[in-house]
Design a protein around this ligand. Structure first.
Ligand SMILES: [Zn+2]
Length: 335
């Protein structure tokens, strides 16, 4: 309430100013907001530099331009990164600030928790902006996020615990929003269809959707720098070719290229979603793609999930859109 009143007054006086470039945003008195320093989406994309390396979590000068001060929203006011859509915890203790300032760099143990809080909250706010609220909400809850609680260079979503966990091998996975958004993709599917993915096709759809979700969240903050490349920063630790990508969503793969490995085969699915995004635009595509999960069941084949998506497009955006969605799946050999 108080924040809204201030905003109205500022507008009336005509003094509401957007912070100048390079200046931090101003922290509101509202206890649900705070300032945080993050990478967004990650240093490789932000600096457009493929030569960056991990350097064991060191805060070295070449990364300086990648830190961004942002407003964290939807906090519960306790001083922790606990809020409406993300409940972030760390290995030994949870990030805490008594002054609503979470302004650490990557060498600080709490930095990744801030990145994760921002990435998850932004994803949920985007979902709500598409109309998925209340009865039709999607994962509209404080998502449990566990940062650097796993020694390996891997991250995962555990449906039994409804928790996302980020590993600290190589580049800490929590430093790359695209990794966080991929795992949030699994949480989205599991919220709509609990237990999503049993057999190969559905598990591949799970991985492909996660990669696509990373792409669609990253695109607006990527400055146009190769948004189809997923986890550009995390993957510098384990890829030698440039650009460094965990996976891509724009590969020309069809069902004939399947290997039986779900992360690879998921790239057939993510390419179809990427083409739908290109044909219909981000918001229309994402509304259709999210809504289609309500009707594709818990363990769809590629074809079943594709047909569900075509039908959803017809319903939400009309016949012309459905034809484009159909073509995207035909191009992959799925339909
Ligand atoms: Zn995954």
């Amino acid at each position: 309430m108080r924040a809204r009143k201030t905003l109205t007054l500022a507008l009336a006086l005509g003094v509401l100013a957007v912070p100048a470039l390079g200046q931090p945003a101003v922290a509101a008195e509202d206890p649900t907001t705070a300032l945080g320093t993050v990478f967004m989406p990650n240093p490789v994309v932000q600096l457009q530099d493929q030569s960056l390396t991990d350097q064991k979590d060191r805060d070295y000068p070449a990364l300086a331009g990648a830190y961004r001060d942002v407003t964290l929203t939807n906090l519960d006011g306790t001083g922790y990164l606990h809020g409406d859509y993300a409940f972030v915890s760390g290995t030994k203790n949870d990030a805490y600030s008594a002054t609503a300032e979470f302004l650490w760099h990557r060498s600080h143990a709490w930095f990744e928790q801030v990145v994760a809080y921002k990435a998850v909250t932004d994803a949920q706010l985007y979902i709500q902006s598409l109309g998925f609220t209340g009865e039709t909400g999607v994962n509209d809850e404080p998502q449990d996020v566990r940062v650097a609680q796993y020694g390996g260079d891997n991250s995962f979503y555990d449906p039994a615990k409804d928790a996302m966990t980020f590993g600290k091998g190589g580049v800490d996975d929590g430093e790359d929003m695209e990794v966080i958004w991929h795992e949030y993709g699994h949480a989205i599917q599991d919220d709509i269809q609990p237990g999503f993915g049993v057999t190969h096709d559905a598990n591949s759809i799970g991985e492909g959707f996660g990669d696509y979700w990373a792409f669609t969240m990253s695109e607006p903050v990527s400055g146009g720098y190769d948004p189809a490349c997923i986890a550009d920063w995390d993957s510098i630790s384990y890829t030698s070719t440039e650009p460094h990508c965990l996976r891509r969503v724009d590969l020309d793969l069809t069902v004939d290229d399947q290997t039986g490995r779900i992360h690879h085969d998921g790239q057939i699915w993510s390419r179809a979603l990427y083409d739908i995004h290109g044909a219909l635009g981000r918001e229309t595509a994402d509304r259709i793609i999210l809504q289609s999960h309500f009707v594709m069941g818990v363990d769809p084949s590629f074809a079943e999930a594709a047909l569900a998506t075509v039908a959803t497009a017809d319903e939400l955006a009309g016949h012309g859109a459905a034809v484009k969605v159909q073509r995207a799946f035909e191009d992959r050999g799925i339909l």
